[in-house]
Design a protein around this ligand. Structure first.
Ligand code: A3P
Length: 346
């Protein structure tokens, strides 16, 4: 009896011990990587902070917060943030869209860069009246903590198609950098439809077939009232943005290339943001099960995007696809002309 109790206790301690050791190992590995944040001077025209010895990696601090360590005193969070020089910064670059273009993949991949800190949630400050009414301080509060030498990036794809947004962003920062990720318009339209269809199915609701929505049954022409079609007319929205910002402030990302070969696209974005090249092939690996590139932060920590990214699209009748290709063609030509970037679209 006594023997089996001892054995049980020994087993329990060994499981607990492994758990503690495992957690410690994970933390050491994770912090080791995050410490790189201090060694890299991310923005060419800025000096590296001279004394970084007192700084604590951002994730370590957040971890401490999560564990409730050291941060138990009143006001201590504020003190800690001050000590470690963590601040909230307005975005220096915004991914303005386009919905279903690959905005999440772009944001996540960019955040592999040690100088980039992402706002994880879509903030919807400039496109949502209620949010916008809270003012820019509200927006700032929604931003993550970062070190002064890092840049904050947020993405809200609705910005691209919302009329009021360009002027509002201009009022906040007229020299902000704007990232627009686009995808072949017909594929994007199908992707948009698929997302809405999935939402309906989750609510046990029925939904029209893609063909029914995309073609006007009276005229047999493309239904330009269908929002998913409208959103794919990129040149129309971009022309509106250009009333406020010069084209040099935009960088167009090829969303189709980001799927098949992300690194060259990311290198272009790094250059546009004046960041030294830090994202490497090591950080991106193809996951055959997912059928997409996934992110590798270090030898222990990697992740793929959620299952809601990379849905299986319904089959679309070829004649409908051709109709859409023909419809988008002139708008695509206009986009190439405005941006100086040509895509291999039909
Ligand atoms: P599909 O779900 O139609 O395939 P957004 O983030 O703007 O909503 O875009 C979603 C799209 O990002 C997905 O559309 C998917 O094709 C694309 N994407 C690009 N890179 C991806 C990646 N590494 N993992 C998953 N999806 C990716």
């Amino acid at each position: 009896m006594l023997f089996s109790q001892q054995q049980w206790l020994r087993q329990k301690f060994s499981v607990l011990g492994s758990l503690v050791l495992g957690s410690l190992f994970f933390l050491v590995v994770r912090e080791g990587t995050l410490d790189r944040l201090h060694l890299i001077c991310p923005i060419k025209d800025r000096l590296c902070p001279s004394d970084t010895s007192g700084q604590m990696p951002l994730h370590t601090l957040q971890l401490k917060q999560a564990l409730g360590l050291k941060l138990h005193r009143r006001n201590s969070i504020r003190e800690q943030l001050r000590t470690h020089r963590l601040i909230k910064q307005l975005p220096r670059a915004i991914i303005i869209g386009v919905r279903k273009g690959g905005t999440r993949a772009l944001l996540e991949m960019l955040s592999l860069h040690p100088a980039v800190v992402k706002a994880s949630q879509e903030v919807h400050f400039f496109d949502n009246e209620k949010n916008y009414a809270h003012g820019v301080d509200w927006y700032l509060k929604k931003m993550p903590f970062s070190f002064p030498h890092q840049i904050t990036v947020e993405k809200s794809p609705a910005y691209f198609i919302t009329e009021e947004v360009p002027e509002r962003i201009f009022k906040m920062n007229s020299s902000i950098k704007l990232l627009l990720i686009v995808r072949e318009p017909t594929t994007r339209t199908v992707s948009d439809y698929t997302q809405v269809l999935e939402g309906k199915e989750h609510k046990n609701k029925t939904y029209n077939k893609f063909e029914e929505l995309v073609v006007d049954s009276n005229t047999c022409e493309v239904n330009t009232k269908y929002k998913a079609v409208q959103t794919s007319i990129y040149s129309k929205y971009l022309e509106h943005w250009l009333k406020f910002f010069p084209i040099e402030q935009f960088h167009i990302v090829d969303g189709d290339s980001l799927i098949t070969d992300p690194l060259p696209e990311l290198k272009l974005v790094e250059r546009f943001l004046n960041l030294p090249s830090r994202i490497s092939q090591y950080n991106l690996y193809f996951n055959a099960t997912r059928g997409f590139f996934c992110l590798r932060f270090n030898f222990m920590f990697s992740k793929c995007l959620a299952g809601s990214k990379g849905r299986i699209h319904p089959d679309v009748n070829t004649s409908i696809k051709e109709k859409l290709w023909r419809f988008f063609h002139p708008f695509n030509q206009k986009l190439y002309q405005i941006t100086g970037r040509t895509f291999n679209w039909p």
